[in-house]
Design a protein around this ligand. Sequence first.
Ligand SMILES: NC(=O)c1ccc[n+]([C@@H]2O[C@H](COP(=O)([O-])OP(=O)(O)OC[C@H]3O[C@@H](n4cnc5c(N)ncnc54)[C@H](O)[C@@H]3O)[C@@H](O)[C@H]2O)c1
Length: 375
Amino acid sequence: VNRGAKRDPSINVAAGEDSYDVDVGRDTLNQLGVRLRSLLDARAVALITDDTVAALWGQQADVALARAGFRVYALRFPQGEQSKSWALVGELLENLARDGIERDDVVVALGGGVVGDVAGFAAASYLRGIDLVQVPTTLLAQVDSAIGGKTGIDLAAGKNLAGAFKPPRLVFSDTALLETLPDDEWRSGLAEVAKSAIISGEDFLSWLERAADSLLERDPEVVTDAVRRSAAFKAGVVSGDEREREGVRECLNYGHTFGHAIEKTAGYGVVPHGVAVAEGIRFAADLAADVVGADSEFVERQKTLLDRLGLTPLCVRWPARDLIAAMRSDKKARRGELRFVLARAPGTWECRPVDAATVIEHLEKWTRAEGSAER
Ligand SMILES: NC(=O)c1ccc[n+]([C@@H]2O[C@H](COP(=O)([O-])OP(=O)(O)OC[C@H]3O[C@@H](n4cnc5c(N)ncnc54)[C@H](O)[C@@H]3O)[C@@H](O)[C@H]2O)c1
């Protein structure tokens, strides 16, 4: 049943020949096939998803595609970060070939960031590249990872170390799919919404402050609005810089220098990504007060917002030397410099190196913070 579904075609990523829309709506999944028909010549769809999403939304997606006349080949793999591997991409490619997927056919990635990254990488490599449509099903994927054309897998040496730029033909976000998302995953996505709002500027930030309670309760309209605002923000940032050459995309790493260091030092999977990013935003906010003169009111404002989104401060700590080593080995670090995105005010940011002595000083303060215990 189409319960008054609406789609908003006004969000577009401008990337030369690779421009694409980001449709954000609610209860739109049953229109996926019709939407793809209007856009593509494909006869077959490889519907790639993980086993969790397959059980929840796989059939509805399959039916929507089949009803529009597509031959649907459903491929699924185990949920979780460990699926971002060469082995799994290899298996997917063999399956695409076995099913006879051709050059004009399309890969539909139905799932969170893991599915988007793995299925996207497979679509980028199969027959040297076939069309890809992202149908993100986590908050993180709808507000961030499905937009921007980055795909990839993990290597033993670190996360996301191999991959390809593969702009999708369409990002199709139905916020009703988020209803089944567990609370931890919900909060993880909220950290990226907070990041977008702070970097975007006063308008988005004050909206989010007003919307925080409703977002925690997952009020359908507010959720759709949050996804739309975040998606529009990301689309604006990546437009014209699909291949990350200009440096404007760096702002998307707000909170991530320290966040990634926590994830790596704790051991991947121990601290959820969003929780680590939220802690990274707190750290970067304090650092910005010191290094670029952000005022204390703005610093507190960010921390209060995170609290209200259920992203309270971490109470576990790790040794400063381990965190520094993790930051230096980050793939975004250059020549061992410690680089941070620092926000002076809503919407005003810079990405710059910060000298090790200052970072260590802040890390030591962080380690001694009230209520914390070292691991
Ligand atoms: N390509 C990019 O630009 C980019 C950007 C940010 C993050 N990422 C990547 O994204 C990944 C994280 O993405 P994620 O947080 O979406 O993780 P995920 O894809 O692992 O999804 C999290 C969990 O939620 C489940 N799930 C997904 N949709 C669901 C739904 N609607 N209902 C119930 N459960 C559902 C999944 O099965 C999984 O267990 C990381 O690998 C990260 O590197 C990529």
